[in-house]
Design a protein around this ligand. Structure first.
Ligand code: ARG
Length: 263
């Protein structure tokens, strides 16, 4: 597996676009750097993942959350249309990086917001996508046409869990971590009908971003302080690596948000 990460060189809590962000709760840049490097090391050394790195850009404090850059599909990179003005300028830098790597850059119509893998996850052969808070359901339809795959659209219902990857985490084609209170009732039913083995995450561990984990085969990498999920995952044969990501939680992000799947 190959992932794209962006170092937190210009990371900080400079605006408030989700309820976790509070400009008076500043992040510690040195600690953020240490945590980011530790995450990168775990992914490379314990999970044998290839990490590609894009340069951070001044004035784009959330660029570190590469999961929101877009979606890689075969030789195409579908660039995000960020909902919030403050993140919109990230898109040109991600598009330039992928163009340079030889990918064809695909833009969605301007009127559809789309925040990349943050809101679009593959579970086995199915694609699940979140909408309402950041991405639009119209974007899902456009992407479904591009990738020629069916996408199940799930309405998100809590501002605290504003991207799909904050409340849902595919573990295999039949298993996922799931925080039901983040979804509207119909979306819950769609998930329950579609995925036979759901691990319900507690409110406390959902708030520690237990669902925002990176999964590679039987390896799971996540923020620390999620003992119940940790134990349940080990019980079904996963090896869990916890790594502290406190500085990124202050922006409403954790492990999964900090990486984008290239392949
Ligand atoms: N501060 C960022 C935002 O609100 C955090 C993004 C987290 N990314 C994610 N994939 N959940 O946009």
């Amino acid at each position: 597996m190959q992932l794209l990460m962006c170092p937190p060189d210009y990371y900080g809590i400079e605006y408030e676009i989700n309820p976790w962000m509070n400009r008076s709760r500043r992040s510690d840049l040195q600690l953020a750097n240490e945590q980011w490097s530790a995450l990168r090391r775990v992914l490379q050394e314990r999970c044998a993942i290839d990490i590609h790195v894009i340069d951070a850009e001044p004035g784009l404090p959330d660029m570190v959350f590469t999961a929101n850059a877009g979606l890689v599909w075969q030789n195409k990179f579908i660039v995000s249309n960020f909902r919030h003005e403050v993140r919109r300028r990230e898109a040109v830098h991600f598009a330039a990086w992928f163009r340079h790597q030889g990918f064809e850059i695909v833009h969605l119509p301007q009127e559809y917001f789309f925040e990349g893998e943050g809101d679009l996850l593959k579970c086995g052969d199915s694609w699940l996508a979140g909408y309402h808070i950041r991405s639009d359901i119209g974007a899902h339809q456009k992407i479904a046409e591009i990738i020629e795959q069916q996408i199940l659209s799930l309405e998100l219902a809590s501002e605290w869990f504003y991207h799909l990857d904050t409340c849902f985490c595919p573990l295999s084609d039949k298993q996922a971590l799931f925080y039901a209170p983040a979804f509207d009732p119909y979306a819950c039913r769609v998930i329950e009908n579609h995925i036979p083995h759901l691990i319900a995450v507690s409110p406390a561990e959902a708030a520690r971003f237990a669902c925002n984990a990176i999964v590679v085969d039987k390896c799971v990498v996540m923020n620390d302080g999620c003992p119940q999920v940790h134990e349940q995952l080990e019980g079904i044969g996963f090896t869990v690596f916890e790594t502290p990501l406190s500085e990124f939680l202050k922006a409403g992000g954790s492990a999964k948000c900090l990486a984008l799947i290239i392949q």
